[in-house]
Design a protein around this ligand. Structure first.
Ligand SMILES: [Zn+2]
Length: 118
């Protein structure tokens, strides 16, 4: 005498939750990347630390004069100067790099909110 055990076939859900990370930015060489970096920076908890994943960190902002950024990927500071309201990156010697994009966003935030670090 033996009991027949029903082997219940368990339907195993093999849902693939593939998390697709947005590709980590390695170069901030376009205005759009600078904008993305700014949004990322703005939403991060620690805005002044280089330990975050932010590709660009703001070190100093002086309205209509310059902003000093720290580019994690470059590993050094970057200064974006503003002359007559037009920002220009001293490091890249360009007005359309990511640092300039970042600075434009900073300026917009400053104009809207009256401050950068709130
Ligand atoms: Zn630059």
């Amino acid at each position: 005498m033996f009991d027949k055990q029903d082997n219940k076939k368990q339907a195993i859900n093999t849902k693939r939750n593939k998390v697709s990370y947005p590709e980590l930015m390695t170069h901030c060489d376009t205005l759009d990347l600078g904008t993305n970096a700014f949004i990322q920076w703005l939403s991060s908890k620690d805005k002044k630390s280089a330990t975050t994943n932010n590709p660009i960190i703001l070190k100093e902002f002086v309205n209509n004069k310059y902003s000093m950024l720290y580019d994690i990927n470059l590993g050094h500071y970057v200064i974006v100067e503003t002359h007559d309201g037009v920002p220009r990156c001293r490091t890249c010697n360009a007005d359309d790099c990511g640092h300039v994009g970042f600075s434009i966003c900073l300026k917009q935030k400053y104009d809207n909110d009256g401050n950068i670090f709130d």
